[in-house]
Write a protein that binds this ligand. Structure first.
Ligand code: NAD
Length: 295
């Protein structure tokens, strides 16, 4: 069994760390939220007093933080973990961040002899809890193989996308598509409702027609079509609007670098920015349905 340090025990990191504990690993945890730490201690993880203590004799350090600035600060900032990590440790950053930040951190750690992969995930909080996440890994083949020792304890599909940063590029392509599907599904459902259709029946019809997609099937944005999804629970996240807006900003940044045309992604970014301006940043991203349904 491995010794694992885990930083960032939020909506995703919390259940991921629980699965590592359940798999029998020795897990030391750190978060800024005492409540998040307490939940992990209850299931058998060990709390540390200071973030650098997660590094002590660790085989792996896993992080699941909001954005690039947090990841850079934790690893390469003032008194960053770069000063505390051992050369035998593999750092696995699962946060969704810009590829440049991942490459910056990976290069800095690499120059200090410390191994690093970016390994953003897809599958949402349900996938994190069930241990069925998709991991999209960027890094050397040797580090990918090493990461594969523990990633199956948290996920089902594990892909090697390329070098450091490639995991992040694949992840933001996916999230840009996800946001477009969420907006489109909301738009179609509300048009049906406006014409008197039952959203459950309409969802069933589209699920068996060519409009079938993940948001319609597993994360339906219309309240009470599915149980146990954020839309049927007051749009409690889940995956926050603020995080989707961040990912769409990263997607536009990436598109600009290569002159890629992403008109639908730009539109989705604007819709999510509008929600942020309406004070809905902390709601689940499926709350975009309300842009269409609230008259
Ligand atoms: P979250 O806000 O619920 O969790 C982030 C956690 O990091 C919080 O508990 C916070 O206290 C902690 N944190 C922040 N700064 C810290 C620091 N300096 N030291 C220690 N802990 C710190 O966010 P989340 O939904 O768990 O998302 C985390 C990452 O995963 C994001 O990059 C997000 O884009 C990505 N992601 C989220 C989902 C989802 O469905 N929620 C799905 C895939 C990927």
């Amino acid at each position: 069994m491995a010794k694992i340090g885990f930083i960032g025990l939020g909506n995703m990191g919390g259940p991921m760390a629980i699965n590592l504990v359940k798999a029998g690993h020795e897990v030391r945890v750190f978060d800024l939220s005492p409540d998040a730490i307490a939940t992990l201690v209850e299931v058998g993880a060990t709390a540390v007093n200071a973030v650098e203590e997660v590094c002590d004799n660790a085989d792996f350090v896993v992080s699941m933080l909001p954005a690039g600035k947090h990841v850079k600060a934790i690893y390469t900032g003032e008194n960053g973990l770069i000063n505390h990590l051992d050369k035998n440790t593999l750092v696995i950053d699962c946060s969704t961040i810009d590829a440049e930040s991942a490459q910056y951190v990976g290069k800095a750690l690499g120059e200090a002899g410390i191994k690093f992969v970016d390994a953003p995930v897809s599958g949402g909080v349900a996938g994190a809890a069930a241990g069925t996440l998709t991991f999209i890994v960027g890094g050397s083949t040797a580090c990918f193989e090493l990461a594969n020792i523990i990633l199956p304890n948290m996920g089902k599909n594990i892909y090697h996308a390329g070098d450091i940063g490639a995991g992040q590029v694949a992840k933001i392509c996916n999230n840009m598509l996800l946001s477009i599907l969420m907006a489109g599904t909301s738009e179609a459902l509300q048009m049906g409702i406006d014409h008197g259709l039952d959203p459950k029946v309409l969802s069933e019809i589209m699920l068996n027609s060519s409009g079938r997609n993940w948001t319609l099937e597993l994360y339906n944005p219309c309240p009470d079509v599915l149980e146990n999804v954020p839309s049927s629970n007051g749009y409690k996240p889940g995956f926050m609007v603020d995080l989707m807006a961040k990912d769409l900003g990263l997607a536009q940044q990436a598109a600009q670098q290569t002159n890629s045309a992403t008109p639908m992604g730009a539109l989705a970014k604007n819709l999510y920015n509008l929600m942020q301006n309406q004070g809905k940043g902390a709601e689940d991203f499926s709350a975009i349905f309300k842009l269409y349904s609230e008259k």
